[in-house]
Ligand binder design. Structure first.
Ligand SMILES: C[S@@+](CC[C@H](N)C(=O)[O-])C[C@H]1O[C@@H](n2cnc3c(N)ncnc32)[C@H](O)[C@@H]1O
Length: 210
């Protein structure tokens, strides 16, 4: 099965369980605050691969305008219900369909981990296209090596599979520069993940040139 289809179908199956475990997660508050500090009040933010909308709720509660996109209708259904102040659309981060220079900031937490390595630069170029000049990009990915298809840990039946793409810091920095973003900062951090223990993340903040 095509990777994108596999990811979409599995997220449709586990959407409710994912929301249960992650909606109230405060793990990324430090990164959320840092991102908002670099945006003017009321800026328009794209939540790219928004899942059930927990980041969108954080941003809208602080007065920012948010559009969330995701390929999983299961995730989008939950996000629409739980975050009425944001707008949610079904779209692929590889080809979002938004006009050039639409967003002041783009937040992409744990979505590039489901894109094949061969397509990651294409996604970054697409995100750059829809950012306004001087716009801000946040990327959060899992630290690790290679690409793999594994049993989905959130599916209690153990039947569904998920595709993961893991990165190292130099690889992410190289991709950000290859897409012509100006790198502001990148860091590796270990974070608690509900019921899975800990995961190691790479966080990047970058700017589209003006
Ligand atoms: C691990 S969840 C992350 C959700 C949320 N950003 C978070 O950090 O909790 C990955 C999300 O990315 C979405 N996704 C994966 N590939 C995508 C793609 N090509 N385009 C849009 N969304 C995608 C999935 O459907 C899923 O909702």
């Amino acid at each position: 099965m095509e990777i994108r289809k596999l990811v979409e179908e599995t997220y449709d199956i586990i959407a409710a369980e994912y929301a249960k475990r992650h909606f109230a997660e405060i793990t990324f508050n430090e990164q959320r605050e840092m991102f908002l500090k670099m945006l003017a009040p009321g800026s328009l933010i794209l939540d790219a691969g928004c899942g059930p909308g927990q980041d969108a709720v954080f941003f809208t509660e602080r007065g920012y305008r948010v559009i969330g996109i995701d390929i999983s209708e299961g995730m989008l259904g939950i996000a629409r219900e739980r975050v009425p102040k944001a707008e949610f659309r079904r779209a692929d981060i590889l080809a979002t369909g938004f006009p050039d220079k639409t967003f002041d900031g783009i937040w992409a937490l744990r979505s590039l981990i489901h894109v094949e390595k061969k397509d990651v630069l294409r996604v970054l170029n697409e995100l750059k296209r829809i950012l306004r000049p001087g716009g801000l990009l946040f990327v959060g990915v899992l630290a690790g090596k290679g690409e793999r298809i594994v049993p989905e840990p959130y599916d209690p039946t153990g039947k569904s599979k998920m595709f993961f793409n893991m990165f190292n810091k130099a690889e992410v920095e190289h991709l950000i520069k290859a897409a012509n973003f100006g790198l502001i900062r990148s860091e590796v951090k270990t974070k608690p993940v509900p019921e899975l223990g800990q995961e190691c993340y790479i966080f990047v903040l970058a700017r589209k040139s003006s």
